[in-house]
Design a protein around this ligand. Sequence first.
Ligand SMILES: NC(=O)c1ccc[n+]([C@@H]2O[C@H](COP(=O)([O-])OP(=O)(O)OC[C@H]3O[C@@H](n4cnc5c(N)ncnc54)[C@H](OP(=O)(O)O)[C@@H]3O)[C@@H](O)[C@H]2O)c1
Length: 315
Amino acid sequence: MRAALVQQYGPPDVVRVADVSAPTPGRDEVLVRVRAAAVTVADARIRGSRFPRGFRLLARLALGVRRPRRPILGGVYSGVVEQVGPDVTTLSRGDEVAGMTGTRMGTHAELVVVPADRAVPKPDGVSHEDAAAVLFGGTTALHYLTRRAEVGPGTSVLVVGASGAVGTAVVQLAAHRGATVTGVASAANLDLVRRLGAHHVVDYRTTPVQELTGRYDVVVDVVGALSTRAGRRLLTDDGVLLLITGTFGQSLTSVGRVRSGPAPEKPQDVAELLRLVAEGALTPVTESVVGLDDVAASHARIDTGHKVGNIVLTP
Ligand SMILES: NC(=O)c1ccc[n+]([C@@H]2O[C@H](COP(=O)([O-])OP(=O)(O)OC[C@H]3O[C@@H](n4cnc5c(N)ncnc54)[C@H](OP(=O)(O)O)[C@@H]3O)[C@@H](O)[C@H]2O)c1
């Protein structure tokens, strides 16, 4: 099968496309033909060995000290079951499934093996491209807005970094829950953020977020623009600060009303997001759909920090 490989840490051009042997499913796994995957900030961070401050050593120990232990990156897929392991009773060949692969990664390839109990049936009304686009930002947004804060009708939510993969999902999910959303983005993306459901928008290049005078029940910093102190100043008395790109130091000091840390990849969240897309309550934002030969260029685009929504890969 063809796959995009990262066999050394480095700039985007370390990504190479090559033919490798196809994986085989274990007893409780399935082999999925990948119809769509996503190229995400997580992939670019791993390739470039660039992690939020303080996390580099831990990340290198987990992912490979000298080079990536798993050279095929990609943590999101949507595709068709091609083969099932002997103990799998819940899925059959031909089923359409989507999901996330965590530290196993491996979705930037024509085929990937995943545990059957983590492959979520994809609703017919959701395209493979939309399923792949929604999961990275969507699972993060859903986790933070449901388990790390309470967001409902009337909650005021400030989203710093509203135009990326995570931000576009946070804005939509918060608005869907009835919150009053203020989205912070650059001028070129303000219309998009409004269309996604933000009631107010702020151009961070003309109004630094630290200078905002409003107070919010929930401040979501997606891009690491706020110090803990600056974020706290934007909170109402009971407000909660969500630092999605928290540094190691911030995650150690994330107590009380300051919350940080990795979002888990729960199959029930994947199912919930696919349901919301099927119902039209959540619209994945995709800036480009690319092939395997464009993965290196997609990493370079992500490294600019100006990606809008998601990059979908159709291997
Ligand atoms: N905690 C977790 O489990 C978790 C999970 C997923 C992701 N993350 C982290 O979340 C971060 C965002 O991920 P992503 O996928 O959303 O990234 P992304 O798609 O690359 O986000 C890029 C967007 O951020 C905007 N942006 C950059 N600087 C900004 C600023 N100062 N103020 C407002 N907007 C700004 C850019 O808009 P302009 O072009 O207008 O600048 C661009 O549209 C990453 O650091 C990632 O590691 C954490």
